[in-house]
Design a protein around this ligand. Structure first.
Ligand code: ZN
Ligand code: FE
Length: 253
């Protein structure tokens, strides 16, 4: 993987499909970039080419198609790009050049990346935590932690998801949280309905509704904001997490 002497600082998001975000870690035009969870390729290629950026690496959080679907076409455009993903999911996430696992650390575009194992949504879901260089810490958490929500339990248990969320809650509060879907408004409407009277939730919902009405993303969030408003992150134990996840799965508000 290419190492660069000056660390790449910026994170941008590209909205794709109905509610996915592809995240781009990059510096100034003309340099290298990395993308996280490219659901599709064409908008990502256009975004990078418009800024004269070349793709050095693709990071995957988990194997679902809306997180890996763009990788083959991105590799056709930039064949030397590294593909980083959970080594345990090699069978479901092809094209890997660097398999990783929880506890691993590596350098990406001059930034330290720490790999966190966060099972629950899928068995081998991982998150990428980048400690701050000059700005803020960044967390790319796929479908594990959303703004106001968490991923559905497709392959994991409530105990696993609770542990995964608590691991993320322990990160510095200023850490920017880049969840992979724009689900924030529905998550907070559910939270306001099932736990009425939570002032922080009500206030955040109003702000999020304004942002959405203006066509703006509600991502990134922060660990501090999630600790204040996310009922899944606030679940006291695995059983409460299970109850809340079940309630949200059935909610049609
Ligand atoms: Zn998923
Ligand atoms: Fe997804």
């Amino acid at each position: 993987m290419p190492l660069h002497t000056s660390a790449v600082q910026q994170v941008s998001l590209i909205p794709v499909l109905s509610d996915n975000y592809v995240f781009v870690l990059h510096g100034d035009p003309g340099g290298a970039a990395a993308v996280v969870d490219p659901a599709v390729a064409d908008p990502v290629i256009a975004w990078l080419e418009a800024r004269d950026l070349h793709l050095a690496a693709i990071l995957h959080t988990h194997h679902h198609h809306d997180h890996i679907g763009g990788t083959p076409a991105l590799l056709q455009r930039w064949p030397a790009a590294a593909v980083i993903a959970s080594a345990a999911d090699r069978a479901r996430i092809p094209f890997q050049t660097q398999g990783v696992a929880g506890g691993d650390r590596f350098t990406l575009l001059g930034r330290e990346v720490q790999v966190l194992a966060v099972p629950g949504h899928t068995a081998h879901h991982i998150a990428y935590y980048l400690p701050a260089v000059a700005g803020r810490d960044e967390l790319f958490c796929g479908d594990t932690l959303f703004a106001g929500g968490c991923g559905r339990l497709f392959e994991g248990t409530p105990t696993e998801m609770h542990r995964s969320l608590q691991q993320l809650a322990a990160l510095p509060e200023a850490t920017r949280v880049w969840g992979a879907h724009e689900y924030t408004e529905a998550n907070l409407r559910w939270a306001a309905a099932v736990e009425p009277g939570l002032k922080a939730v009500v206030e955040r919902l109003a702000q999020v509704q304004q942002q959405r009405a203006a066509g703006q993303p509600t991502i990134p969030s922060s660990i501090g904001l999630e600790k204040a408003t996310n009922l899944f992150l606030q679940a006291a134990n695995a059983d409460q997490l299970r109850q809340r996840r079940g309630s949200k799965d059935l909610w049609r508000g």
